[in-house]
Design a protein around this ligand. Structure first.
Ligand code: ZN
Length: 319
């Protein structure tokens, strides 16, 4: 999830306003090209307090070696012993390499590799284009996501991998396909395929997967297209954005006592009224926005490193 999404989830009443801001800000952060992302990053670094946790985590270039350790929660935590997903594999390619966010817990990296290899045969999906996972030591990011902090979240593009190897610059500028229709009420039938259903299902059926996040319009389509075997749908949760990529979240690795799991999703397929309400809320947010509120420009607020778990402070400062 990105920051806008998290804010929106916490604030239903303000959602129309936030959605208007999303529209004004253009495509979601996951879609930003290298030039756009770097400009935002540079501007933020000029004004961000020196002790900001995201300054520390967002500028450290390498993982802390050693056994994998996951500390804290998906939206406030860090990790040591992260592994980088290879930028190219038999059935995947990593996008936006300049962000250096292809790091994760070895369990998540192995899951992505397995999913990628299974996708062509089991989902008729050529291969994965992998978006952001985590930073080398996890933690908050300078741009984008509120979660992805403990190496257990990964974004997978809703665009299949091309047959050829993408160049470095294509990986920085290529845009994923928006799967959702312009009115945000349903998927765009020109882009939605059976393979999308099969791939998301394949991901949701991995035992380690805790949740999959998709746009409400995508959840609506999955509910319609799932057929009779629907147990996997309970893990697929509607959320703002996520119309260019879906988000895989795995559970805390066994024995990682400092890792905080999320409450499991409620049972049932989550279709029917829940999705209908989401669709309604989303449509309203985009098409009945409140008038913009002008706020005075303030320096960016950011959580200081001292507010992170002690182990995370040590992990990010260790050289
Ligand atoms: Zn994500």
């Amino acid at each position: 999830m990105n920051r806008i999404v998290a804010k929106t989830v916490a604030c239903w009443l303000g959602c129309a306003l936030v959605a208007a801001a999303m529209l004004a800000a253009g495509p979601a952060a996951a879609q930003e090209t290298m030039t756009e992302e770097m400009a935002r990053r540079a501007k933020l670094l000029e004004t961000l307090p020196k002790d900001a946790a995201k300054r520390h985590f967002g500028t450290v270039k390498a993982a802390l070696p050693g056994p994998p350790r996951t500390i804290g929660s998906y939206a406030k935590g860090c990790m040591a012993g992260a592994r980088a997903l290879a930028t190219d594999g038999p059935a995947w390619q990593v996008m936006r390499l300049s962000r250096n966010r292809n790091w994760g817990h070895p369990d998540l990296i192995a899951l992505i590799e397995r999913l990628a290899k299974a996708a062509p045969k089991e989902a008729s999906w050529r291969g994965l284009l992998v978006g952001d996972i985590s930073q080398p030591r996890g933690g908050p990011m300078l741009t984008g996501h509120a979660s992805h902090q403990i190496g257990l979240d990964a974004d997978i593009w809703l665009t299949p991998m091309p047959t050829r190897k993408l160049s470095g610059s294509e990986r920085e500028t290529m845009t994923a396909t928006n799967i959702v229709a312009a009115d945000w009420m349903d998927i765009n039938p020109q882009h939605w395929t059976k393979a999308h259903v099969a791939l998301i299902r394949l991901a949701a059926e991995q035992p380690a997967v805790a949740r999959i996040f998709v746009n409400p319009a995508i959840k609506k389509a999955l509910c319609r297209d799932a057929g009779t075997d629907r147990a996997w749908l309970s893990k697929v949760r509607p959320i703002w954005g996520h119309n260019y990529h879906f988000h895989i979240r795995i559970t805390c690795p066994a024995g990682d006592e400092a890792c905080q799991d999320q409450t499991p999703p409620p049972g049932g397929d989550g279709c029917g009224q829940e999705v209908a309400e989401w669709i309604e809320r989303q449509h309203k947010a985009y098409f009945s926005p409140r008038p913009p509120v002008t706020e005075p420009e303030r320096p960016p607020k950011a959580m200081p490193l001292s507010a992170m778990p002690d182990a995370c402070q040590k992990i990010v400062l260790a050289r």
